[in-house]
Design a protein around this ligand. Structure first.
Ligand code: CAA
Ligand code: FAD
Length: 379
């Protein structure tokens, strides 16, 4: 059993750490305040090869392993979870989905610009009436011979207005239930496809979340991903890796808040000594460090299993379940350690606390992860 990162992984981790400090930290408070999408930063992330990290070089990807990907997610999320969610969606949902299940033509046309960061993608499964209950898709994709006709609404779509390409899940054969669902590639600007207003959110406010409307949108047959009826399996298989990315995001948020709290506790004095020397605060730091380390082990293990070509359904869900709880617990304590200063924006921890919450909701809520885990355990 090896607990050491390779030279290459350490270099990638350092590059992400430097990027987060130099490019994401300046302006992160302002972007959060004004719900400003980190467009310039995302462009630079593409130039660094962080938007198609695990994609093969022949499709403009960086050909890195999943462990390197989670290291990058962790480092970026310490500073700016609104930027890291773009990295997560583009890498583990959009690029992974296309590379694993797309045709050669789809990879040439769509994966190449997505992996190089020339454009970003969105993954569109959730609907107003189908979130956790994802098989209840109401968006329809009627088979019209050489094209499909899409009608319906998708909700809460990350990169909703900034994406160039959308992977959209829709029902074609209602009578077949989840076996009648398909996944499609839809380009921005396709007639009948409109983007709703930006959601005004509690956290990850720089991330661009919108509903999407499809009104008689014609999608060419060659834009269906996989065989007829493969769409639900496509979504589930893709989300398995996505959950590792979000688990790494949660880990990063927790670690970022902990680092701030540790530094603050050593310099803030009360009753004549640094607050870190009061046992109540020191024990909080001990708990936070332990929880983060345990979450890190689960996240890295899930990524390692993926890299070994082994099943990571269970490990990914466990990592997401636990790391997202740790993110909530640790960020709340980080605010507490900062006292009143933790309650204002300049100290960053209140933003991390708000950002932490989404990791318990998207890519399968806490309750859904428990459903996946218990079904795996019970068979
Ligand atoms: N791999 C392959 N197939 C899978 C699978 C997996 N991991 N999980 C389920 N399936 C298959 C099942 O085998 C079954 O197919 P068969 O009948 O052919 O065997 C089919 O899918 C239906 O499975 P279930 O009967 O288990 O379906 P269910 O209705 O009980 O729901 C669920 C399963 C796990 C709860 C699923 O609905 C789910 O994951 N819900 C959460 C949705 C979600 O995570 N949404 C995230 C949206 S993306 C996002 O959020 C991005 C972002 O924020 C940035
Ligand atoms: P519901 O499914 O209505 O759940 C409500 C509550 O009931 C939750 O606590 C849930 O856990 C619980 N619950 C539901 N069913 C059960 C059950 N069987 N047992 C126990 N408890 C249950 N979706 C995308 O497709 N693409 C995206 O890019 C995307 N980005 C997002 C970004 C943001 C900021 C947000 C807020 C959401 C995003 N989502 C995205 C949607 C997200 O995946 C869903 O919000 C999530 O899956 C939950 O669905 P819901 O909101 O409909 O809640």
């Amino acid at each position: 059993m090896h607990f050491e990162l390779s030279e290459e992984q350490l270099m990638i981790q350092q590059a992400a750490r430097d990027f987060a400090q130099n490019e994401l930290k300046p302006g992160v408070i302002e972007r959060d305040e004004h719900q400003k999408f980190p467009a310039e930063q995302v462009k630079k992330l593409g130039e660094l090869g962080f938007l198609g990290m695990m994609v093969d070089g022949k499709y403009n990807g960086s050909g890195m392993d999943a462990l390197s990907y989670v290291l990058v997610m962790e480092e970026l999320s310490k500073i700016d979870a609104s930027a890291s969610v773009v990295v997560s969606v583009n890498n583990s949902l959009v690029c992974y989905g296309l590379e694993s299940y797309g045709t050669e033509a789809q990879k040439e046309k769509y994966l190449k610009p997505l992996a190089s960061g020339q454009m970003i993608g969105a993954f569109c499964l959730s609907e107003p009436e189908a979130g956790s209950d994802a098989t209840s898709q109401q968006t329809t994709a009627e088979d019209k011979g050489d094209y499909y006709l899409l009608n319906g609404t998708k909700n809460w779509i990350t990169n909703g207005s900034t994406a160039g390409v959308y992977l959209v899940i829709a029902q074609t054969h209602k009578e077949l239930k989840h076996k009648g669902i398909n996944a499609f590639i839809i380009e921005k600007g396709t007639p009948g496809f409109t983007v709703g207003p930006k959601e005004n959110k509690l956290g990850i406010r720089g991330s661009d979340t919108h509903s999407l409307m499809f009104n008689d949108v014609k999608v060419p047959k060659e834009n269906r991903i996989g065989e007829d009826g493969f769409g639900f399996k496509f979504a589930m298989k893709t989300l398995e890796g996505g959950r590792i990315g979000i688990a790494a995001q949660a880990l990063g948020i927790a670690a970022g808040a902990y680092e701030l709290a540790l530094a603050y506790a050593q310099q803030r004095k009360s009753f004549g000594k640094p607050i870190a020397e009061h046992q109540a605060i020191a024990f909080k730091l001990a708990d936070m460090a332990t929880q983060i380390e345990a979450a890190r082990m689960l996240v890295y293990k899930a990524a390692w299993l993926k890299d070994q070509g082994q099943s990571y359904t269970l490990a990914g869900s466990m990592a997401k379940l636990y790391a997202s709880k740790v993110a909530m617990d640790v960020t709340v304590e980080a605010v507490q350690i900062h006292g009143g200063y933790g309650f204002v924006k300049e100290y960053h921890v209140e933003r991390l606390m708000r950002d932490a919450k989404i990791t318990q909701i998207y890519e399968g809520t806490t309750e859904i992860q428990k459903m996946v885990i218990s079904r795996n355990i019970l068979g």
